[in-house]
Design a protein around this ligand. Sequence first.
Ligand code: HEC
Ligand code: HEC
Length: 159
Amino acid sequence: MKKILLVSTFGAFMLLQTPLAFSGDAADVSSLRGKNALDAEAKPIEKKKQIKTAAGIDRNWELQPPSIPHDISKERITLKGNTCMKCHSEANHKKEKAPAISKSHYVTRDMKVLDKLSSRRYFCVQCHTPQADVEPLVDNAFESNTLKLDNLLMKKAAQ
Ligand code: HEC
Ligand code: HEC
């Protein structure tokens, strides 16, 4: 009986608190989608120019999924098919002058090596993304380790 009383007192307390907790002015809160009330549409993000280069985009660390250096607006990855594989599969990549997906893309999560693309690598853009030359949305102190790695390897080779 005591317990029930305690629970219901707590419930009443929460009910009282709830309107108070949300009564702050939502317009004061600015997030990456701007100063928008939650139920209002945010302005669409300005479309930025994509970096496109046949030379590829440098990786920032070893084993980074390389960024996509070409247009992918017409590519489709659905349950029925994956148009990226028209160029990046083992069978087609030479003809298309594209790099083939690497060996890691054939390995399942149980470390079985398949003859075909592993389903865990099916949704390419989960890891590979196009890039635009823009200021970062949030400041960060990230530094690529590629240069450091190159220096390290050069030193080792000189030994
Ligand atoms: C019409 C052929 C074609 C299609 C389709 C295609 N690619 Fe490419 N991709 C290329 C070529 C060619 C390159 C080499 C760089 C260049 O010439 O743009 C490349 C480069 C890349 C690279 C950079 C590899 C590296 O080592 O730097 C990635 C990642 C990539 N593509 C991912 C994708 C993804 C993901 C899709 C589907 C959304 C896709 N590509 C669809 C032809 C294609
Ligand atoms: C779970 C993350 C992930 C997914 C999904 C994925 N990749 Fe990758 N990919 C990587 C990583 C990490 C690397 C670099 C390390 C390596 O080669 O395994 C890579 C490397 C590559 C390369 C460069 C190969 C080379 O020899 O330099 C290409 C091209 C590529 N992926 C294409 C694709 C395509 C096309 C798809 C979809 C069919 C895809 N990837 C799906 C993570 C992923």
